[in-house]
Design a protein around this ligand. Structure first.
Ligand code: KE4
Length: 439
């Protein structure tokens, strides 16, 4: 494969855009490559500026659950655009979106559209603090909830990828109100809530973590958080920006049978256009302006193109067998990757739930950020490079996930397993086996 044009574009991009990218995790720095530049994508395939074709497992970091450029999504956006791209006036499309999301997500009575997952979590935090009259927030190490000031403490995703512990520019006076605890450590949460629970406005959690790589909740973790929030009058916020509509029509809260007080959504809900949303119980949401006194606004919130793309995508999810098909594809791939690692004699901890997953290069189980950080990121970088050369595009970071869509065909999955078999052999030859921590 040649990447001359991507490299040329990257050099030019670096003159005008910090790091050459509009979002750090795209940079490829963590996996030792300059980023490929996309030209087009269709279904499960991405084509870069040099014409190289890949099976795409990033899928825009989650939104592309029905594949790129799905005909129904494209038609919906095209049709909406012919009627105007934004009005700043309420539309029927927003009513239809709100009705559908409330019907699909078990805990929602009301929902407000915003333009990103970050806006959704920022707004939910502000609302929780106003509703409870409290300031303290609890999050979990390695979870990423967007780049809002209160949430960049020990966060995952790009911060974990680039080794940034927190972010300069967040005043200590604000950061002090965010306490980050180990994911899955219910004892630690119980101890803290026992001391300061009366001051805790909210506990925010990714119900299945996907920003430290993929880490599943232990059986008692989420129910334990629900119980503690009830006990101390704090709000439980599920950040379902990734898991929403991904793990089931009703997201993780449907899968686990738990009702958070507030839910944050994004990615799939916009079908690839900029959309986020937050919602919850009516008596909480009624605090939002213009009804209440908690302010949040947005010029393009609920805009017709994003609503059209999102509605077309959500309608596709409602087809019979949608999630069963996703599960079959994901289970097939996970089995193949596990067998490939075993055949190569390379230790890989593969964590998966539904159509999201990731492989950690470590011999130990990964159940929190500390164990995720023990994985061999140099081995992952080599794996990424070897897979890229074989036409498989993975997340350019160990601390992200792979996303499978209904557009991934059997041939894509088989090609991926074949490429992984060869790539893992390269890792064994370079690092020996089992893979040891090299950070
Ligand atoms: P956005 O502001 O990027 O739309 O959403 C923030 C966000 C909130 N909550 C969760 C659980 C998320 O995963 C995200 C964003 N996810 C990352 C990928 N891990 C977005 C990729 C990027 O930053 O470019």
């Amino acid at each position: 494969m040649k990447w001359d044009l991507s490299k040329k574009l990257y050099e030019e991009a670096c003159q005008f855009i910090p790091g050459g990218v509009n979002s750090p995790v795209r940079s490829g720095r963590a996996v030792g490559v300059s980023p490929i530049f996309a030209r087009t994508a269709k279904g499960s395939h991405l084509v870069d500026a040099d014409g190289n074709q890949y099976v795409d497992y990033v899928g825009s970091w989650g939104p592309m659950i029905v594949g790129h450029a799905h005909p129904k999504v494209v038609a919906a956006v095209r049709g909406a655009a012919l009627n105007g791209t934004s009005y700043g006036v309420p539309t029927e499309l927003e009513v239809a979106m709100a009705r559908k999301v409330v019907a699909m997500v078990p805990s929602l009575d009301m929902v407000r559209m915003v333009n990103s997952g970050t806006e959704a979590t920022m707004s939910a935090i502000r609302l929780a603090r106003a509703y409870t009259g409290r300031k303290q927030l609890i999050k979990f190490d390695g979870c990423y909830h967007g780049h809002g000031d209160s949430l960049l403490v020990k966060a995952g995703s790009g911060l974990a990828t680039l080794g940034i512990p927190g972010s300069p520019g967040v005043p200590e006076e604000l950061a002090q109100y965010t306490l980050s605890l180990p994911y899955n450590d219910l004892e630690a949460v119980m101890e803290v809530m026992g001391r300061v629970g009366e001051a805790v406005a909210a506990i925010i959690v990714e119900p299945v973590a996907a920003n430290m790589g993929v880490v599943l909740p232990k059986a008692e973790f989420l129910p334990g958080l629900r119980k503690l929030c009830d006990q101390y009058g704090s709000l439980l916020i599920f950040d379902e920006v990734i898991t929403g509509f991904r793990l089931a029509r009703g997201g993780a809260q449907e899968v686990f049978g738990l009702l958070p007080d507030l839910t944050c959504l994004g990615k799939i809900i916009g079908g690839g256009l900029p959309v986020g949303a937050y919602g919850g119980k009516r008596d909480i949401m009624m605090r939002m302006a213009p009804l209440g006194d908690v302010y949040q606004a947005g010029t393009l919130s609920g805009n017709p193109l994003a609503m059209s793309a999102g509605l077309a995508t959500l309608e596709l999810l409602e087809q019979d067998g949608f999630y069963e098909t996703l599960e079959e594809k994901a289970a097939y791939l996970a089995k193949g990757l596990t067998q490939a690692a075993a055949a190569a004699g390379v230790e890989v901890a593969l964590n998966r739930m539904g159509s999201i997953g990731c492989g950690f290069f470590t011999a130990e189980p990964v159940s929190d950020f500390a164990s995720a950080l023990k994985s061999d990121t140099q081995a992952y970088a080599l794996f990424f490079q070897e897979m890229l050369k074989r036409g498989i595009y993975l997340a350019p970071s160990q601390f992200e996930a792979f996303f499978i869509s209904t557009a991934h065909e059997q041939d894509d999955l088989d090609r991926t397993v074949e490429a992984a078999t060869e790539a893992l052999q390269q890792i064994k030859e370079k690092f020996g086996a089992p893979s040891r921590k090299k950070r």
